[in-house]
Design a protein around this ligand. Structure first.
Ligand code: ADP
Ligand code: MG
Length: 344
């Protein structure tokens, strides 16, 4: 195929701007994704993730900026880009009435595979995505995770060089999320470059080589998950006491195990701090409190969330600008409103 190692950057964007009625959905976005890696665009609803994906997949023309995907210019060579990419949105394109295997065979036939080759390809993909046993089942009886995996399998029929996944696990339960993660890792092992969007810090952490944090149409931080965690802090240990008189004891106990000074919320009777060795820290604080005869009303470990990331990076929490948000998490994106702008 083309490129053949010459172009190590699979996605490259510079100064992307997209405005809706004067409001910038993208406000100067730069991106560089190395071939064969996973990049996660991380941010809450309404920060411009889907808009970025639509521009990079040639579905939407930016007002300014340039982008190259899989070695072709998004604005000058959209057809070439389209031939080399796969896109999986939140609405799977599969047929509900057909079985998973029938869907794959049908798509393969549409792509020009002969019957025997289509069947072979379908079976290989069902196998790869853990759907072999469910191949004959109608898609309408699939779980959310099975649908997403089938959708990924359909996308993969095209053997794209670069795959775009817009919130691949939003609305899925933890087990189904894990299955989708495994599927995505499988793709990357096969050499595909993946750009995914997510609202989940742990998803970005588990899957991505590079995390790009977006806020209000801009990139506000980018780096490896480890670098991001170093900026944001690790796991947090929190203790809540019922009796205000016990707060000083609890604070001293947390101070012994955490990095820096614990954060105290006197009104809530809560003290918390970032810890490197969470389990050891938890057991040490419990025994310190027991020795002081203080019984916490609550104690626990908390992983940082996207909200924590935002607070650290921006000084404000997610959803500070509800006027720009799309609505509740899980309600899905506001797709379709700008279909008129689809560039072909
Ligand atoms: N078709 C559209 N018309 C007007 N505004 C839009 C349209 N699509 C997106 N927006 C706005 O652009 C901003 C970014 O949206 P989007 O890219 O969908 O964010 P995300 O995918 O991160 O949730 C939001 O303020 C959203 O309301
Ligand atoms: Mg979106």
């Amino acid at each position: 195929m083309q490129g053949s190692g010459v172009d190590e950057t699979a996605i490259e964007a510079s100064g992307l701007v997209k405005r809706y009625a004067g409001e910038a959905a993208l406000d100067g976005v730069d991106l560089a994704v190395r071939a064969g890696t996973v990049c996660a665009l991380l941010g809450p609803n309404g920060v411009g993730k889907t808009t970025a994906v639509r521009v990079l997949t040639t579905l939407l023309r930016p007002d300014a900026g340039t982008a190259r995907v899989a070695g072709a210019d998004v604005l000058r060579r959209p057809q070439e880009v389209r031939r080399r990419i796969g896109v999986s949105g939140q609405e799977p394109a599969v047929d509900e009435i057909l079985g998973g295997r029938q869907n794959l065979v049908m798509f393969a036939r549409l792509l020009g595979y002969r019957p025997a080759a289509a069947a072979e390809r379908a079976d290989a993909l069902l196998d790869r995505f853990g759907l072999a046993a469910a191949g004959a089942k109608q898609v309408k009886h699939y779980s959310g995770g099975m649908r997403r995996r089938l959708d990924l399998a359909v996308t993969l029929l095209l053997a794209p060089q670069v795959l775009f996944l817009d919130e691949p696990t939003t609305g899925l339960d933890p087990r189904n999320r894990n299955e989708v993660w495994t599927a995505v890792r499988g793709l990357v092992a096969g050499g595909t470059t993946v750009l995914l969007t997510t609202q989940y810090l742990d998803e970005a952490d588990r899957l991505a080589d590079e995390v790009v944090v977006m806020d209000e149409g801009r990139v506000i931080a980018a780096g490896t998950p480890a670098a991001l965690k170093a900026r944001v802090g690790g796991e947090r240990l929190e203790v809540v006491v019922r009796d205000a008189a016990d707060l000083a004891t609890a604070t001293a106990a947390v101070a012994e195990v955490c990095d820096g000074t614990p954060e105290v919320d006197a009104d809530a009777g809560r003290v918390g701090g970032d810890v490197d060795r969470p389990v050891a820290a938890l057991s040490r604080v419990l025994s310190t409190l027991a020795a002081a005869r203080v019984e916490p009303s609550d104690i626990g470990l908390r992983r940082p969330t996207l909200d924590d990331v935002f607070l650290r990076l921006t000084g404000h929490r997610t959803g500070r600008r509800p006027d720009r948000a799309e609505g509740a998490v899980g309600a899905g994106p506001t797709e379709g409103a700008d279909d008129a702008e689809v560039a072909a």
